[in-house]
Design a protein around this ligand. Structure first.
Ligand SMILES: Cc1ncc(COP(=O)(O)O)c(C=O)c1O
Length: 360
């Protein structure tokens, strides 16, 4: 089984991480997008409020949680008309990404289309199902035989935002070959120079949600990566099919996390605060990288600066590690990332300032 899977990419960074750790000021690890800020009090209170609930939680999530998702999608992202029944909580979004092709019944002979530069788990999910993968350049339509198309705007790793018209075209191209569309929208709440939109908005979906799924995560917007909190919604028939399998398979979000998610989705203030923290860090790192001779491409939204010194990615990783800074080579995300590194905004203000100083 594991033979089918690629090597875990971060393992190959170990030597550079060791080098970066020898810096007298300590390492600044910008290689992973893991949140570092406190979990908001309102969420922690909700988590512990149901610490003494001994029964099994429901796979479909509490009524309150599904209502909170519907409310947050409308308020934050202009997505209206979502039925609570078409909302399904997930144990973070990575597990859903990894298992979606399997849960949808895909297998050998089926094709999963992913962006040319993509979060590695899209490929892992296809491989777990025994399906094959095709990487699509920007705007390239999926080939015949494609059963699932992954979209990701804002993108990990490039921070690229596709506007409503581009997403609508991607949806139309997927529908033309009868493929389901899964739109990974985990960075939607982090816009900088461009406004990302959900695939469920009418100007993208054409008002028809058939074959569409939007995958959301609370990891970044609410600093809840440690809780494992996400959800999927969209085509009610697809969500019902996912629910059925997930009930059988025990893919259940723990009850305290369901309560925490409900509180997080009902409160927009902490999301705005977190966004401002990342905005400040970006405002320090972006000019520091440019002053050090980097070009930063795309990066209009989300948590990453897609940066290049116009040299092989691993040379840039090594150059940064000399300065005690750890970044991810673009090759982790696809062959066309071979001259970029991905630099995350997820470090404390103090570490981000240290990185900027070392780049100067
Ligand atoms: C594009 C993308 N999708 C999904 C995830 C998974 O996030 P989580 O499992 O924390 O919800 C990540 C995490 O970095 C990501 O970058």
């Amino acid at each position: 089984m594991t033979k089918r899977l690629p090597d875990f990419p971060w393992d190959s960074l170990a030597d550079h991480a060791a080098k970066a750790r020898t810096h007298p000021g300590g390492v600044v690890d910008l290689s992973v997008g893991t949140p570092v800020d406190a979990v908001p009090e309102v969420i922690r209170r909700a988590l512990s409020s149901v610490a003494d609930v001994p029964g099994y939680p429901t796979t479909h999530g509490t009524r309150e949680l599904r209502a909170a998702v519907v409310g947050a999608l409308a308020r934050r992202h202009g997505v209206t008309g979502v039925e609570p029944a078409a909302v399904l909580p997930t144990i973070g979004s990575k597990e859903l990404v990894a298992w979606l092709p399997t849960l949808l019944g895909l297998g050998p002979g089926d094709v999963v289309a992913i962006p040319a530069l993509a979060y590695p788990t899209y490929e892992v999910g296809a491989k777990l199902a025994g399906a094959s993968v095709v990487r699509l350049a920007d705007g390239e339509p999926p080939p015949e035989g494609t059963r699932l198309v992954w979209l990701n705007s804002p993108s990990n790793p490039t921070g690229r935002v596709q506007g409503a018209a581009a997403l609508a075209r991607a949806v139309a191209d997927a529908r033309a070959v009868g493929a389901t569309v899964a739109s990974d929208e985990c960075y939607l709440a982090l816009p900088w120079d461009a406004q990302p939109v959900s695939v469920l908005r009418e100007d993208v979906s054409g008002g028809v949600r058939d074959g569409l799924l939007a995958v959301h995560s609370l990891s970044k917007s609410s600093s809840l990566a440690g809780y494992r909190a996400g959800f999927v919604t969209g085509d009610p028939r697809l969500v019902a099919a996912l629910l059925e399998v997930r009930k059988h398979a025990g893919m259940i979000v723990p009850r305290p996390v369901q309560a925490a998610m409900t509180a997080a989705l009902d409160d927009d203030a902490h999301v705005a605060e977190q966004r401002e923290r990342y905005r400040r860090r970006r405002a320090v790192l972006l000019p520091a990288l440019r002053a050090a001779g980097f070009a930063v491409d795309h990066s209009e939204a989300g948590l990453y600066l897609w940066s290049t010194r116009d040299e092989p990615a691993w040379d840039t990783v090594a150059w940064l590690a000399e300065r005690g800074i750890l970044a991810a080579p673009g090759t982790f995300y696809g062959p066309t990332g071979d001259r970029h590194v991905r630099i995350a905004l997820t470090a404390t203000d103090e570490r981000v300032a240290a990185a900027a100083e070392r780049l100067a």
